[in-house]
Design a protein around this ligand. Sequence first.
Ligand code: RTP
Ligand code: MG
Length: 141
Amino acid sequence: MAIERTLSIIKPDAVAKNVIGKIYDRFESAGLKIVASRMAHLSQNEAEQFYGVHKDRPFFKDLVSFMISGPVMIQVLQGEGAIAKNRDLMGATDPKKAEKGTIRADFADSIDANAVHGSDAPETAAVEVAFFFPGMNVFNR
Ligand code: RTP
Ligand code: MG
């Protein structure tokens, strides 16, 4: 399997719960390297752009207001099959349906406040990494 990069966001609920380190440990223990990271408080415009694929969905407004409700931790994860591996670590979108031991099962409260975002395919990963880390701020370690 190829070495990939994927975009991960620790959402405002998990940042507020003080579990950034615990979530980083899940990534590192699974063999994913954090090759870029920064904390940010997204503007409405940034959140709307980032989740633009969902703009016609009924949950879009709630999703955007949740994502701007507090700071987020944004990182690029690198490793073998990083995109699928991160999605496995995250668990299902709805934490009630997420497998035990996944990040969402352990740290998320609801389908809206679901602790983490992860890119879902190579195409979206490339776009999302470039969105938050344009240019050379990703370290090839
Ligand atoms: P994410 O993009 O944040 O990693 O989540 P995901 O791929 O697991 O789910 P996605 O379908 O991309 O939806 C993005 C976010 O929108 C909220 N959502 N609410 N009420 C609903 O039916 C519903 N469906 C999705 C979730 O917070 C989800 O993470
Ligand atoms: Mg998604």
